[in-house]
Write a protein that binds this ligand. Structure first.
Ligand code: NAP
Ligand code: GCO
Ligand code: CA
Length: 268
């Protein structure tokens, strides 16, 4: 039994998790470190990279942090070259960095729409393009794109984000199609509603002390009856980063407590 678990080991592998100073990226990186991976992460600001390195250290993880805006192709290429020189070739890429703007579509400017597409869709293209050549040379690679419920469903005010995450689902399938022959597997993880800074506005306690209406709505839409924790994504990420998933390619694995399977609880 124990021997079989070696298929889930990430010993000797270098994992780059973008935007992983905190939140989902941090939790995924922590799980991958627990499976033996060397962790590399980036963030836009040095202060956040420093905070991230300290947070990883507190978890007993010696992470390598780089300042890089993932939408800047030149900066990404320079960062990947630096990682290869200082840490090693990237075996596992997690395209995690992302933003959301919650604005009614007809009130959203084209610039705001483009900004979300830039971070949530263009950047995964840029970073994947930067690491694939070395993965081909090395004879293996894993790319995990952090998709969303909005890769499948829409809702008011998140048009740019849904368009980006829907596109990211198809970019995942296309990378899988185009590079599968080089033993590169590209899959997605579609988190449900996870308690991180990104969703904090949806969970704010109301002035009367009640829970945010959206908070109550999501709990009613989730069979698990709770928000996800970032740590809920660690196991699925380790699976998709390991040899245990070498014949899984082009999948988006939804880690949503059952939201996509459920029509929702009848209001009382
Ligand atoms: P978060 O708390 O807002 O963290 C996002 C991270 O990405 C931050 O470290 C942020 O750094 C970084 N980032 C943003 N833009 C960047 C850029 N241009 N270059 C480099 N780093 C950048 O979000 P999260 O909840 O952890 O979400 C992480 C991923 O999961 C995102 O792709 C999100 O869309 C996705 N997701 C989240 C949920 C959820 O319910 N939370 C569900 C499904 C999918 P700064 O702080 O410097 O901006
Ligand atoms: C929102 C939320 C969602 C989550 C996530 C769900 O405003 O609806 O932020 O988009 O972040 O993407 O999977
Ligand atoms: Ca942020």
């Amino acid at each position: 039994m124990a021997d079989y678990l070696n298929n889930f080991s990430l010993e000797g592998k270098v994992a780059l998790v973008t935007g992983a100073s905190y939140g989902i990226g941090f939790a995924i990186a922590k799980a991958m470190a627990g499976a033996g991976a060397t962790i590399v992460f980036n963030d836009i600001k040095q202060e956040l990279v420093d905070k991230g390195i300290a947070a990883y250290k507190e978890e007993g993880i010696k992470a390598h942090g780089y300042v890089c805006d993932v939408t800047d192709e030149a900066a990404v290429n320079a960062m990947v070259a630096q990682i290869e020189a200082e840490v090693g070739v990237v075996d596992i890429l997690v395209n995690n960095a992302g933003i959301i703007k919650r604005i009614p579509m007809c009130e959203m400017s084209a610039a705001e729409f483009r900004q979300v597409i830039d971070v949530d869709l263009n950047a995964p293209f840029i970073v994947s393009k930067a690491v694939i050549p070395s993965m081909i040379k090395k004879g293996h690679g894993k790319i995990i794109n952090i998709c969303s419920m909005m890769s499948e469903l829409g809702r008011e005010t998140v048009s740019a984000y849904a368009a980006a995450k829907g596109g990211l689902k198809m970019l995942t399938k296309n990378i899988a199609s185009e590079y599968g022959e080089y033993n590169i597997q590209c899959n997605g993880i579609g988190p449900g509603y996870i308690a991180t800074p990104q969703t904090a506005p949806l969970r704010e306690i109301q002035p009367d002390g009640s829970r945010h209406p959206f908070d109550q709505f999501i709990v009613s839409k989730t069979p698990a009856g709770r928000w996800g924790e970032a740590e809920d994504l660690g196991g699925p990420a380790v699976f998709l980063a390991s040899d245990a998933s070498n014949f899984v390619n082009g999948l988006v694995l939804y880690v949503d407590g059952g939201i996509l399977a459920y029509i929702g609880k009848q209001p009382k």
